[in-house]
Design a protein around this ligand. Structure first.
Ligand SMILES: [Zn+2]
Length: 216
């Protein structure tokens, strides 16, 4: 059961096409996994398009011909409907199906350090970096915080941090005040967006520097 969702402001910005690609991918993918937000986004879209068209443009249109042609069109059997292709990733010996928001990212290059693997998705939005992160069984990211924000969309598996346990579809937005150290027992795949490097609270820089560079 999904417990964390994008807020109304973010859903509205998404529906209006005002989010940068990094965040738009996250909201779009969440909506695919969350019926509740899918309905909300649809309502927002309807009210936005209502604002755009008002009513006169529709009242004056003659739909008679259009309806007639729709009614008399013979449709192909359902089997031939082509669905938007999903993206698949194969990482750490496992296959994952990703939401369609990721379908344009088919040839991902993975880098790894310990239990953590990363594939870059967005890298051209000023300081923002967006990646797929895979954390293998028993993997932990040492305690850290961010100068900016950290958005994590959990795409598969589950992980736990100081605030609780997260499941597939959870949309977790942290600002810079909170530190945490995510841990996964069985492994997880996330989409992560950050606008500043990780700041580790303690530990050996020989280990933390490459890890920080990998994640951000
Ligand atoms: Zn939701």
């Amino acid at each position: 059961m999904i417990k964390f969702h994008p807020n109304k402001k973010m859903l509205t910005a998404f529906s209006a096409g005002e989010l940068p690609l990094s965040l738009s991918i996250a909201v779009s993918a969440h909506i695919e996994l969350c019926e509740e937000c899918a309905q909300q986004a649809q309502q927002v879209e309807e009210s936005l398009s209502h604002d755009t068209w008002h009513d006169e443009s529709l009242e004056n249109a003659d739909f008679g011909d259009m309806l007639q042609s729709i009614m008399t069109t013979s449709f192909e059997p359902l089997e031939t409907v082509v669905r938007a292709p999903h993206a698949r990733v194969h990482i750490a010996g496992r296959d994952y199906q990703l939401p369609t928001a990721f379908r344009q990212y088919q040839d991902l290059k993975w880098s790894g350090f310990g239990a953590i693997s990363r594939a870059r998705i967005v890298n051209d939005e000023k300081n923002v970096r967006a990646s797929l992160l895979h954390i293998g069984e028993g993997g932990r990211i040492p305690e850290h915080k961010h100068k900016g924000y950290e958005l994590t969309l959990l795409l598969d598996g589950s992980f736990t941090d100081e605030s609780g346990t997260y499941e597939k579809g959870d949309f977790i937005l942290l600002d810079g005040d909170k530190s945490h150290s995510p841990y996964t027992e069985k492994g997880c795949l996330c989409y992560a967006v950050q606008d500043a490097p990780l700041h580790f609270m303690s530990g050996v820089s020989k280990v933390l520097n490459p890890l920080g560079n990998l994640i951000y």
